[in-house]
Design a protein around this ligand. Structure first.
Ligand SMILES: Nc1nc2c(ncn2[C@@H]2O[C@H](COP(=O)(O)OP(=O)(O)O)[C@@H](O)[C@H]2O)c(=O)[nH]1
Ligand SMILES: [Mg+2]
Length: 276
């Protein structure tokens, strides 16, 4: 794990105010059971992936963890599958899974903003962002939560680009280069030292999410990942990165479009021109 103050002297953060959690003995995972964590998972045509993802997330040894699926009326019926799964996992009066149905495909960023807002309204202390396609290692979530609790960081990045992190070997040279370039470019333009600023697997403290202003984001699509981290750092929150291995999806197809790539290319410059 690297621990990098993300923006010069702005290192003050959630630590002291989260006192109730700081006193946990973090060697013992049972002690994490009292922490309210919501995993927000956006889906668009993920029928082949969602059941095993829900099972893996809800099997984590975190008793206070809940899954919230945000589905944009997927034509393949993912929303209905999500409802069935919620019924199954909420049997016996439990509240382990929720589903937010949105009427149209509206972009990854907007789906996340809606899901995160709902998670905060529901009392989450920490929110995890995770794709539904199996690319993000579910088993890293307890490690990310521990990192937040022990360091007081407002943001924990599941990072491909720190020591110990990696990309699927199936990524072609062209895609690796593009990802590397996108990261280096966004970091340089925005002046942050988060190594994986485009990462989509992140854990946020409640306070950080309240400070970023989920209702006023510019990003509709994937550039949300960069915008949210940038806003968090500028609001004075500290980021730490924990290494993860990013796996390629094996079922379904990517929803990345040229339009969303262009949005991602322009966003850092827009943020920089507007900010500071
Ligand atoms: N609700 C919702 N989910 C989306 C949208 N676009 C992508 N997703 C989901 O976001 C996650 C990441 O998308 P993916 O296609 O795997 O992107 P890639 O990994 O960059 O190729 C997956 O769980 C998708 O189903 C969208 O417009 N709305
Ligand atoms: Mg993917």
């Amino acid at each position: 794990m690297t621990d990098r103050p993300a923006d010069g002297d702005q290192t003050g953060d959630d630590g002291p105010s989260r006192g109730a959690h700081d006193s946990h003995d973090l060697d013992d995972l049972d002690d994490l059971d009292g922490v309210r964590v919501t995993v927000v998972m956006p889906t668009y045509n993920e029928a082949a992936n969602l059941p095993r993802m829900a099972e893996a997330v809800l099997a984590l040894p975190l008793g206070g963890l809940r899954l919230l699926v945000v589905d944009d009326s997927s034509p393949d019926g993912t929303g209905r599958i999500a409802d069935e799964l919620a019924e199954k996992y909420n049997a016996a009066g439990q509240d382990r899974m929720g589903v937010l149905h949105r009427t149209e495909k509206d972009g990854l960023g907007r789906a996340y903003a809606a899901g995160m807002t709902a998670a905060l309204d529901d009392g989450a202390s920490y929110v995890v962002q995770m794709d539904a396609d199996g690319s993000h290692p579910v088993e890293a979530v307890p490690r990310m939560l521990k990192a937040a609790l022990t360091t007081g960081a407002g943001l924990v990045v599941g990072s491909r680009y720190v020591a110990g992190g990696s990309l699927d070997e199936d990524w072609g040279a062209h895609r690796v280069l593009l990802s590397r370039f996108a990261n280096t470019y966004a970091r340089a333009v925005l002046g942050t030292d988060i190594n994986d600023i485009t990462a989509g697997f992140n854990l946020w403290s409640e306070r950080t999410l309240r400070d970023v202003g989920l209702g006023t984001l510019d990003s509709a699509g994937y550039s949300f990942q960069v915008e949210l981290k940038y806003r968090a750092v500028r609001a004075g929150h500290r980021a730490v990165e924990v290494p993860i291995r990013f796996a390629e999806r094996t079922e379904g197809t990517s929803k990345m479009t040229l339009r969303t790539q262009l949005e991602s290319a322009v966003l850092p410059i827009r943020l920089r021109l507007r900010g500071r």
